[in-house]
Design a protein around this ligand. Structure first.
Ligand code: NAD
Length: 350
């Protein structure tokens, strides 16, 4: 049994689902949007287009709906779709508050419909390579993980620059990066949250943020997103007590991890002169006292996400992106907004 998918919101991401979901064997059958121009495009792409939501929801045989509208209307559309008997995957962020999510989950339980979120970046190669190196203990116990994405575009387009539609980078890239780390640390609580949300350009939403999370096991997670940062920093930078990992880019073309190689002879003392003074501690390590390792080879396949939904519909699999995980990410994001607003770190148990 396959899946007959309808798309609500045939904008940038709706179009993407229309193009890419068929790669997972999904049949894209219908689209609904408030913008007639986008519906024209859906038609040109061979998808039946609807101007009225109720008509769309009655499309013959459609069993699953993906909601790819601005964030503020995810909730009402998801509830309507489940009420009409459709399984639902909402785009990230699922919605804008924990209370909203609880309403959506209640509807999913009432109607026995699947409710999940398109957390596609759990299949990102860089994330999975980082996890593999860390979880296989290649760099020892991890003290700090820095997860970072930097772009240079600055200005946001359309609804993304308004708070009321769910704009800003916490809801945009932040939700992916928090979801990745919370998925990795599914059994470890976040105990402290500190965040700073900033605007580099004159906008009403965060276009630059730093978030620092402390985990129960003492590990520090540093998440930074910038839309106006002209020099790239690595996508991942991880410090362990037996080595350091760096992954430069999404495709893992550059990066690796380095460990000290222990010899009987102690590392010779090197003194480096900087313009205003000497340093031994920051001197480069002699090459013979360390070893560089390449990033492990690993393939990821995003279509697993849709294949999982087909498996769940058939009662053969459990959901990968689970409602309680989504709730945890939303709870964390609420703490992040609160920390920024009150300009202090918060003791939490998330
Ligand atoms: P977009 O502005 O390109 O598209 C949104 C579309 O929704 C537009 O065509 C608009 O006309 C339509 N729309 C607005 N209100 C509507 C309503 N009430 N009913 C029906 N249609 C409506 O935005 P986008 O970049 O496609 O983002 C859409 C969603 O996808 C957001 O939630 C965003 O966070 C998410 N997104 C996810 C990823 C990812 O990788 N998972 C990437 C980009 C965007």
């Amino acid at each position: 049994m396959g899946m007959k998918l309808g798309i609500i919101g045939y904008g940038g991401m709706g179009y993407w689902h229309g193009e890419y979901a068929p790669r997972a064997g999904v049949d894209v059958v219908a689209a609904y949007d408030v913008d007639p121009k986008r519906l024209e495009m859906a038609k040109e792409n061979g998808i039946k287009a609807y101007v009225i939501l109720d008509d769309f929801l009655k499309h013959d045989g459609m069993d699953f709906v993906v909601i790819a509208t601005p964030n503020d209307v995810h909730k009402e559309l998801a509830i309507k779709a489940m009420n009409a008997g459709k399984h639902v995957m909402v785009e990230k962020p699922a919605t804008m508050s924990v209370a909203d999510w609880d309403e959506m989950v209640a509807e999913s339980e009432k109607t026995s419909r699947i409710l999940t979120v398109h957390q596609n970046r759990r299949w990102d190669k860089d994330y999975n390579v980082m996890r593999k190196v860390v979880e296989e203990g290649k760099i020892g116990d991890v003290l700090s993980i820095e997860s970072r994405v930097f772009g240079t575009g600055g200005a946001f387009f359309g609804w993304r620059s308004f708070t009321k539609y769910g704009g800003g980078m916490i809801f945009d890239w932040g939700v992916h990066l928090f979801d990745q780390l919370l998925d990795m640390y599914s059994d470890t609580k976040v105990t402290n949250v500190y965040s700073k949300l900033m605007t580099v350009l004159d906008q009403k939403v965060d276009d630059y943020f730093k978030v620092i999370l402390t985990l129960d096991n003492g590990t520090l997670l540093h998440v930074e997103v910038g839309t106006y940062a002209f020099h790239k920093l690595p996508r991942w930078y991880v410090i362990g007590n037996e080595g350091t990992l760096q992954i430069d880019d999404f495709d893992c073309e550059k990066g690796g991890y380095t460990k000290p190689s222990y010899t009987d002879t102690p590392v010779a003392e090197v003194v480096v002169m900087t313009s205003a003074g000497p340093t031994r501690m920051m001197a480069p390590r002699p090459p013979e006292t360390k070893e560089d390792f390449p990033l492990p080879e690993l393939e990821t396949d995003w279509t697993e996400l849709y294949q999982n939904l087909v498996g769940v519909m058939a009662g053969k699999e459990d959901l990968i992106v689970k409602p309680y995980q989504v709730r945890r990410v939303l709870t964390l994001m609420e703490a992040i907004f609160q920390s920024a607003e009150e300009n202090r770190s918060l003791e939490v148990s998330i």
